[in-house]
Design a protein around this ligand. Structure first.
Ligand code: ATP
Length: 227
């Protein structure tokens, strides 16, 4: 089947906070598929600890992080929904919006390794493709998951609505939001954060951040989300 338009690409996450591996990964997908990528912070992640920063702050940091990249879109759809942020519900919504266009869900290789535990994951191939970012330390995914989503290249993903899996080789970045939060609490600075995001964290005293005493501390209050 040929498709009328380019793919709709969704990259969901807690983004607590957004870091360089999220940004570089999203940009790599946008380059590979030649289309924009929507980044969707979740409201109530069903599979993990709840975020430390509330949705308004996580969205504000995301907006700052993507501001210089026209191919990246901060999308608040999941934050506007009630209840747990089931990926299935998000995919069903965007499938209805996309019609026959390809729908692509971006995940890290660690998420692919746990996909068999996600609610109704067997329904995913009818709804979307997967684009998988490599991640240091990620376990291999279950054979059943790999077989359910046969591997394809970027061209295949752009020519069919759903059901294939694109495996990216880069970026390969040993970064996690957990480590970023720990480093911020210890040192007040983390190189894996975009500068605007780090300044926002300081302004809003997020993540038990150690207050900076150097001249780089940002005192402006022009960001979204500032009361
Ligand atoms: P935390 O440490 O709090 O679990 P995280 O860094 O894993 O956070 P999430 O917001 O939970 O970030 O991740 C959103 C998506 O981004 C997931 O699909 C995850 O696999 C992926 N991801 C996060 N960090 C990386 C990374 N370094 N490389 C590849 N994918 C990543």
């Amino acid at each position: 089947m040929t498709v009328a338009h380019g793919p709709v690409v969704l990259f969901g996450g807690t983004f607590d906070p957004i870091h360089r591996a999220h940004i570089n990964g999203a940009r790599a997908i946008a380059r590979a598929l030649r289309c924009p990528v929507h980044l969707l912070p979740n409201a109530v992640p069903p599979h993990r600890d709840q975020p430390q920063a509330d949705g308004e702050h996580r969205l504000a940091m995301l907006r700052l992080a993507v501001a210089r990249y026209p191919e990246l879109i901060a999308d608040d759809w999941e934050l506007r929904q009630d209840g747990p942020s089931w990926s299935l519900r998000t995919l069903q919504h965007f499938r209805s919006v996309a019609g026959e266009r390809p729908l692509v869900l971006v995940i890290g290789a660690d998420s692919l390794a746990t996909l068999h535990t996600w609610r109704q994951w067997q329904d995913y191939p009818a709804l979307c493709h997967l684009a998988v970012l490599p991640r240091p330390g990620a376990r291999r995914a279950r054979a059943g998951v790999l077989a359910t989503f046969p591997e394809g290249d970027a061209g295949t993903l752009c020519q069919t609505p759903a059901g294939r899996r694109l495996m990216l080789k880069r970026p390969f970045l040993d970064v996690s939001a957990t480590a970023v939060r720990d480093v911020l609490a210890q040192r007040g600075h983390c190189p894996a954060l975009p500068a605007d995001v780090e300044a926002y964290i300081h302004r809003h005293h997020l993540y038990n951040v150690v207050q900076r005493t150097d001249s780089t501390a940002d005192t402006s209050s022009t960001d979204p989300g500032t009361a």
